[in-house]
Write a protein that binds this ligand. Structure first.
Ligand code: NAP
Length: 251
């Protein structure tokens, strides 16, 4: 029997992060469910344990170095050395550039970019020691530009460069790094976008689906399935890639 690996998923209380945590647990990994509020992680943790898996809820703001260091140390102590990391935590602070505040800019950079940097720096210490690791960073189709998302698209494009550099630096330690770039996924985040532009979520979904080649919007499980492959042992020769999961071609 192979030893159980330990996965860390940030922003895993809901949405894509929760679906990914569940999927990685189904794949046989112990999963640390990280989110801002530890209590909010209970749903994900309970679903994993009810299915016979091992999970740990950890409250952490990924943009704070001291909290991230403490969280990863706790994961290592309570679950074991983490060798799978999914940097998923994210926020939106959408506005057209002329209305975007410095706070909107800084908040998005802090969670997506600095958060991914801090968690990766903390977890890679275990990966390099174990000579094995799988890192997946959540980018977005918005990396190619999206009206109202100057901050978010810059952060998501930045994560692609970050991912490629991780692949180059960490490959020799058996660590791969890839980015998954979702298109429209039905979560609270896209519901918030519909609200901002004043369109009922159902109508927003219907219109978006009509623009997507496969004629539907994505579900969190679509992203979790792709992440599952990239986190598997057999994906060891796939590294530094950006995989768009958007129901149609993007590059
Ligand atoms: P979501 O439903 O809004 O979930 C995001 C989670 O991240 C929330 O649980 C949130 O906690 C948590 N979070 C926010 N700031 C955090 C911080 N500083 N530290 C720790 N956790 C934090 O979002 P989602 O739609 O699942 O998106 C997940 C990822 O996919 C994000 O990186 C997003 O940018 C990316 N993505 C999503 C889509 C889409 O269409 N939905 C498309 C492309 C990319 P709270 O609930 O406490 O705020």
């Amino acid at each position: 029997m192979t030893t159980q690996r330990v996965a860390v998923v940030s922003g895993a209380a809901r949405g894509i992060g929760a679906a990914t945590a569940l999927r990685l647990a189904e794949d046989g990994n112990a999963v640390a469910v990280l989110d801002l509020d530890e209590a909010a992680c209970a749903g994900t943790v309970d679903a994993i344990t009810a299915a016979g898996g091992r999970a740990l809820a950890v409250g952490v703001d990924v943009s704070k170095a001291d909290q991230v260091e403490a969280a990863v140390k706790r994961v290592a102590e309570e679950l074991g050395a983490p060798t799978i990391l999914v940097n998923n935590a994210g926020i939106i602070r959408d506005n057209l550039i002329f209305k975007m505040t410095e706070e909107d800019w800084d908040a998005v950079m802090a969670v997506h970019l600095k958060g991914a940097f801090l968690l990766t720096r903390a977890v890679q210490a275990y990966m390099t020691q174990e000579k094995y690791g799988r890192i997946v960073n959540l980018s977005s189709s918005s990396a190619q530009g999206n009206r109202g998302q100057a901050n978010y698209s810059a952060a998501k494009a930045g994560l692609q460069g970050f991912t490629k550099t991780l692949a180059i630096e960490l490959g020799r330690f058996g660590v791969t790094a890839n980015a998954v770039a979702p298109g429209f996924i039905q979560t609270d985040m896209t519901a918030a976008t519909a609200e901002r532009i004043g369109v009922p979520f159902e109508d927003f979904i219907k219109h978006s689906a009509s623009q997507i080649p496969v004629q539907r919007v994505g579900q969190p499980e679509d992203i979790a399935a792709t992440i599952s492959f990239l986190c598997s042992e057999e994906a060891g020769f796939v590294s530094g890639q950006v995989i768009y999961v958007a129901g149609g071609p993007l590059d």
